[in-house]
Design a protein around this ligand. Structure first.
Ligand code: 5AD
Ligand code: SF4
Length: 470
């Protein structure tokens, strides 16, 4: 049994880590043939991609996927700890599973993801959720087959969570959710330690994958006919810093742009690590999508400092305007937290003013959520929840007005859209533009996911555009 510990998770030193290829014990292959698994995924794209790996690991063991948890033999919750509501959702699901397990005592239940890295969650599982068969942390996901098998064979509760990242495992199998767009991890972890954020504790230190491993994965995706790849990391802009002297995200993007792949995306970018070279490369290659997620979090210097964001309102705006100027047609989206401890009305107004200046194309807005063990948790907070909710409401009203105004300017223009699917009533296709706008459109021809079509925009809504293919 290995239990997580935040103190250990915090440490950052110059430990070397090694790269190993994944392998599975022969005796585990197909050992659970025919049993059904169900995965519930919470949180970000990183977790979605981890679930693709979990699926592949389970299928190597012989499990078959089901979309109905009531008919499964194994339920995996791939959890998220970024805010309290993600936490509550997973615990709510565990409550339902507890009842189910009374009817189906042989049901196997496993917890993976960020919540597995939290000591308080693991303590609660040991104390109150004894029916959970196993917990596997984010750093040793590749060990899931072994841990699951051990738990089933010995009828024990297995908790295998390492506080610190271990080696980098390559050649991990993956069952991709789509056949036309794919996620590719380029860097794991985060070293930024924004004071509100739990990610550096749950995902560990920044570790870049070797460029050769990334390029090999990209080449395979291209050979398999993928049209779009999204390079993933908590902070992709830090790519390469831990591995190379002179190779960063700009170089990686450029190398991939030379390949025969129509669409390259990347996320998330921390403003701190955004170099001129990256901006230049993104602007230069038509297959690097002009769409950047650039979280600002707050428009107030006082709050940015308390958040430990390492930039000021002024330096963020300078970067923002440079990006807008140098990357043609670029769309920028952001994340904003309201109600951070000690945020006054004047700080909040600074955020509104910044939003008015940046006129984002999309924004994910949150009320500050206390995460146990993070520095912001210890800050005095005298704003009521009602005030915070009211600020969120005002912010949402503003961003929504701006989204609609931005979209209205696109009516009459044409955009290239990658088809994702067809609506329930089979009347309209939908997909995303290069600038990451959701577009619903009509087309006389039959289209399939991954097709690229030119669409004339006929109508604008707050979160989407309507059009017809031309
Ligand atoms: N409370 C509220 N929002 C948070 N985020 C991260 N941690 C917290 C927290 N404790 C938001 C940030 C980040 C996004 C992924 O989630 O805006 O960019
Ligand atoms: Fe969290 Fe900040 Fe790292 Fe983003 S950059 S994952 S907000 S610590």
């Amino acid at each position: 049994m290995h239990l997580p510990d935040y103190k250990e998770a915090r440490t950052r030193d110059k430990r070397d880590y090694h790269r190993f290829d994944f392998s599975l014990d022969e005796e585990l292959k197909n050992k659970y043939q025919g049993m059904k698994y169900y995965i519930k995924t919470y949180g970000c794209q990183m977790n979605e991609h981890d679930s693709e790996v979990i699926e592949a690991l389970l299928e190597l063991l012989g499990f078959i996927k089901t979309d109905h948890y009531l008919e499964s033999d194994l339920i995996i919750l791939n959890t998220c700890s970024i805010r309290e509501n993600a936490h509550n959702k997973a615990f709510g699901m565990l409550g339902r599973i507890k009842h189910l397990k009374q009817e189906k005592p042989d049901l196997i239940v496993g917890i993976c993801g960020c919540m597995a890295q939290e000591a308080s969650v693991v303590e609660a599982i040991l104390r109150d959720y004894k029916f959970v068969n196993f917990v596997v942390g984010t750093h040793n996901l590749h060990e899931l087959p072994k841990v699951l098998d051990h738990s089933i064979q010995n009828e024990t509760q297995e908790i295998e969570v390492y506080s610190r990242e271990g080696d980098l495992i390559e050649e991990v199998p993956v069952v991709r959710a789509n056949s036309y767009k794919a996620y590719v991890n380029i860097i794991y972890g985060c070293d930024k330690f924004c004071t509100y954020c739990i990610v550096p504790y749950t995902r560990g230190r920044e570790r870049s994958r070797k460029k050769e491993d990334i390029l090999k994965e990209v080449d395979q995706l291209i050979a398999d006919g993928y049209q779009e790849i999204t390079l993933l990391g908590q902070n992709v802009n830090a790519y390469g810093k831990d591995l190379y002297h002179d190779y960063n995200l700009g170089d990686l993007l450029e190398e991939i742009a030379f390949k025969n792949i129509p669409r390259i995306r990347f996320m998330t970018s921390h403003p701190w690590d955004f170099t001129d070279k990256m901006i230049e490369v993104i602007g230069k290659y038509p297959n690097i999508m002009p769409s950047i997620h650039l979280p600002v979090q707050s428009g107030s210097n006082r709050i940015l400092k308390l958040m430990g964001r390492r930039y000021t309102r002024e330096s963020y705006l300078e970067l923002f305007h440079k990006i807008k100027k140098q990357i043609p047609r670029v769309s920028v989206s952001t994340d904003i937290i309201v109600g951070f401890p000690q945020e006054e009305e004047e700080d909040f107004l600074d955020t509104l003013r910044l939003v008015e200046e940046c006129r984002y194309d999309n924004a994910f807005t949150f009320i500050f959520s206390q995460r146990e063990g993070t520095p912001a948790c210890r800050l005095e907070d005298n704003t009521t929840l009602e005030e915070k909710e009211e600020r969120l409401q005002r912010l949402n009203t503003l961003v929504n007005t701006i989204f609609l105004e931005n979209n209205q300017k696109l009516v009459g223009t044409s955009l290239e859209v990658m088809v994702e699917g067809i609506s329930d009533k089979k009347t309209m296709y939908y997909g995303y533009s290069d600038t990451n706008k959701l577009i619903n459109f009509s087309c006389d021809k039959e289209l399939k996911p991954g097709d690229l079509v030119s669409v004339e925009i006929t109508d604008a809504k707050t979160w989407s555009l309507d059009g017809r293919s031309i």
